[in-house]
Design a protein around this ligand. Sequence first.
Ligand SMILES: NC(=O)c1ccc[n+]([C@@H]2O[C@H](COP(=O)([O-])OP(=O)(O)OC[C@H]3O[C@@H](n4cnc5c(N)ncnc54)[C@H](OP(=O)(O)O)[C@@H]3O)[C@@H](O)[C@H]2O)c1
Length: 310
Amino acid sequence: MKYLQLNQELKASQLVFGCMRIDGMSVEGLEELVHEALDLGVNFFDHADIYGGGKSETVFGEVLARNPEMREKMIIQSKCGIRRGANVNFYDASKSYILESVDKSLERLQTNYLDVLLLHRPDTLMDPKEVAEAFNELYRAKKVKYFGVSNMNSMQMEMLQAHLDVNIMFNQLQLSPVHSGMIQSGFYVNMKEAPSIDHDGSVLEYCRKNEITIQAWSIMQASWAEGSFIDHVDYPQLNETLQMYADKYGVKKNAIVVAWINRHPARIQPIFGTTSMTHLQEMCAGSNIVLTHEEYYHILASAMKVDLLP
Ligand SMILES: NC(=O)c1ccc[n+]([C@@H]2O[C@H](COP(=O)([O-])OP(=O)(O)OC[C@H]3O[C@@H](n4cnc5c(N)ncnc54)[C@H](OP(=O)(O)O)[C@@H]3O)[C@@H](O)[C@H]2O)c1
């Protein structure tokens, strides 16, 4: 397992265990999966208050209650800011909601602190000064150690950071070989092709410049509708290329995807969403593989279905 020394205290596994899909698992099933993840070196766990309507945090909390020695080995992150309303889902980064959400997450997780708290989505009604107050209060009360955001562009982070007393350490963004707009736009500077459109204010470069760790979500997912691109009939070229390198390195295709994310010098953390023991083990096998320059681009070009030379 590769580790990232994010600051003096925080030594994080590059691979992150995503908890969005664990809400339907039994306590025993999750306990086994978490034990295996820890044994394989994964120490970073990503939650959100809304996953499974709170059930993901609850079942994870039950695992922690049965295994209290696990807590100190883990970096536990949760997110807040997406709410389910009576008429519509909406975003809320108000001070009162952030404080209330963290208290509920701590209760469900059966722990007295989060290592990391992220704002889940940008809230256009957000008052950055209120967020700063909430973060300071949570930090002083030792309820949260470190902070970050998710799905924010560069200027949103810049605006928020201007008011915060703590550093934004993370930005969680969708990234995979088939969802790589933040990388592709860098190849098409000043061109007319669709990938030249910068959807995120050069968020990749902004995060690298400011030493903000990008966490990649849905690394195996084509889309919600299609499911995973692994073995998907609509992605033959990508699967063929992944298989070629899987054979070369003696692993499965999902391990090559992990190696592809890890290869980027931005030191991105891939978050996996599997609930399968086999897939967990297969993906961890990709952690130490270092793809060559050409292999990295071959996988990207296969996903983009283009030849990168203009
Ligand atoms: N910040 C945000 O807005 C945001 C949004 C979405 C997710 N997230 C975070 O990111 C995490 C991961 O997201 P995700 O669940 O969409 O990620 P993912 O790793 O792309 O997993 C998506 C699905 O791929 C399936 N899969 C099929 N074949 C696979 C294979 N060969 N190897 C591995 N997986 C395979 C998995 O099912 P199996 O269980 O059968 O392996 C899983 O259900 C979430 O748990 C959450 O923590 C954040």
